[in-house]
Design a protein around this ligand. Structure first.
Ligand code: GLU
Length: 518
């Protein structure tokens, strides 16, 4: 039998890392067995529905490379794949259960249900629907429904005994039927509840393995009753552990405590491969213990029964480290350049020569953990003019004589390559009898505007003679325009303006769109 798995997100907010996590494991399980992976949008909670959330979920799956075999954007033989477009189907299934006496139409008003709850509380019994609607004769139910009276449809759950299901990761899970109650299947607005739509769709879409988050364990016994009421075979169930915050009590991840939006990781410049690799290690590991592996390598050995339930911690630091390893070791230089190129273009930077970008990425990638950091650090290599802040000007002024000398020396240098530049700088420092840093620091600031840049020789060699000389010219000009001690008031105003401009520029920056990222 072919394996069919699915991810069934509700489009209610930011695309969640939990959806990516569960999606990954379902994808891997299906692909491991040459099966199909279905994406279904559970959009029946109309109060919480957000149209843009839907697009963003599909986009997230595309970005991660977890392309569904069936789904709203790719179609398939079991569509539509949006529950809101399947309402007739749910109604027909509910009608069938009602006709067979397995479900009934219940007419209690919200006030009546409130009164029931208050009474149960007073009597000290567990709150919940007491099945009172079961006794209304079927013809009476039909008559009142036909007259347009508001009602829900409820499943008749057994009062005695218990319901057991087998979970691949937890073994048998048993719940006393008294706890299940006559659950609502169809709401008074004609929309199905999660339980009904979920079971009907999983069956009609041929889902063989329901792999989902732990929070749904409590709903599964009711689902089992529904499968039985319809006379359908049960799928295999596996409930994955919830991702946890790295805090002391390891609470379930929530957006109040940390970033749970996949989009925001993407905006920070986390690579989809690194995020998948990271999520794959949440409760699962490669049999050989390898920490860095591709999706295909995971699929080749994936075994869902090896998922451990010990509360995997979503540790951002680990994610960033892993991302850095992808930038430095896993991806080729060319691949990293391809990834960062849209970020640079988005900032309005251009380059004629592909090798220039490769050189820049080559010196920067050991220093960056994310694409955003890489793009930030690459900026000085692409801007026409550096805006030197007060601190930079102070450092430039301190090295003015060296910068003037070097401007001349660089323009005279015959072969403008690493070795020649290195020799030139060392000889210069020796001749001047100064410390290397005294010369390198103002030069680094002149070229990049910051003190945090990579090795000066690399900088000069990559920027090339023309750009280096231009920068030195600008730096010397900046010194002329105002030494830090000239006019403290003006410098203060300048520093504030520069800080404001930097803030504004930050706000304007957005990561490239998917189309730009290719
Ligand atoms: N719509 C549910 C969710 O948002 C699906 C749960 C399930 O996979 O059954 O998580």
């Amino acid at each position: 039998m072919a394996v069919v798995t699915r991810i069934a997100p509700s489009p209610t907010g930011d695309p969640h890392v939990g959806t990516a996590y569960v999606g990954l494991f379902n994808y891997a399980l299906a692909k491991r067995h040459g099966g199909r992976f279905v994406l279904r949008l559970e959009d029946t909670d109309r109060a919480r529905y957000q149209p843009e959330a839907e697009t963003r979920i599909l986009e997230m799956m595309r970005w991660l490379g977890l392309t569904p075999d069936e789904g709203p954007d790719v179609g398939g033989p079991h569509g539509p794949y949006r529950q809101s477009e399947r309402l007739e189907l749910y109604r027909a299934h509910v009608d069938r259960l009602v006709a067979e006496g397995k479900a009934y139409r219940a007419f209690e008003t919200p006030e009546e249900l409130d009164a029931l709850r208050i009474d149960q509380k007073r009597r000290g019994v567990d709150p919940g629907y007491d099945g009172r609607g079961r006794t209304l004769p079927a013809d009476e139910q039909a008559r009142r429904a036909a007259a347009g009276e508001a009602h829900v449809v409820r499943l008749i759950a057994p009062d005695e005994g218990a319901t057991t299901f087998h979970d691949l990761l937890r073994g048998d899970v048993t719940v006393p039927n008294a706890e299940i109650r006559d659950a609502v299947l169809l709401k008074s607005d004609g929309y199905p509840t999660y339980h009904l739509a979920n079971v009907v769709d999983d069956h009609l879409m041929g889902v063989t393995h329901v792999v989902r988050a732990e929070e749904w364990v409590v709903s599964t016994p009711l689902h089992v009753l529904l499968y039985r009421a319809f006379g359908w075979p049960l799928p295999v169930f596996a409930h994955l552990p919830l991702l946890r915050n790295p805090d002391a009590n390891k609470s379930k991840i929530s957006k109040r405590k940390m970033d749970t939006s996949v989009d925001s990781y993407r905006e920070q410049g986390i690579l989809p491969e690194a995020l998948l690799n990271f999520l794959a290690t949440m409760g699962w590991s490669m049999p050989d213990g390898r920490e860095v592996f591709t999706l295909d390598e995971m699929i080749a050995v994936f075994d869902v029964t090896r998922v451990s339930l010990g509360g995997p911690v979503f540790d951002l630091k680990r994610l960033r480290h892993l991302n850095a390893r992808y930038l430095r070791e896993v991806l080729t230089l060319e691949a990293v350049a391809d990834r960062v190129a849209p970020w640079l273009r988005e900032r309005g930077f251009a380059w004629d020569d592909a090798d220039y970008l490769l050189d820049v990425v080559d010196v920067l990638r050991p220093r960056a953990e994310t694409l955003r950091e890489l793009a930030d650090q690459a900026e000085p290599f692409f801007v026409d003019r550096i805006a030197y802040d007060v601190d930079a000007r102070r450092r430039l002024a301190a090295g003015q004589a060296y910068l003037e000398d070097l401007e001349g020396a660089f323009s005279r240098l015959e072969f403008f390559d690493d070795d020649a530049i290195d020799d030139l700088l060392h000889e210069y420092v020796q001749r001047q009898s100064v410390r290397l840093g005294d010369v390198m620091m103002p030069l680094r600031v002149a070229l990049t505007g910051t003190t945090q840049a990579p090795g000066v020789v690399d900088l000069v060699a990559i920027m090339g003679r023309q750009r280096t000389l231009e920068r030195l010219g600008h730096a010397l000009q900046a010194i002329q325009e105002g030494l830090p001690d000239d006019d403290p008031e003006r410098l203060k105003a300048e520093a504030e303006a520069a800080a404001k401009a930097a803030e504004a520029a930050k706000g304007k920056r957005r990561p490239p769109t998917a189309a730009e990222q290719g």
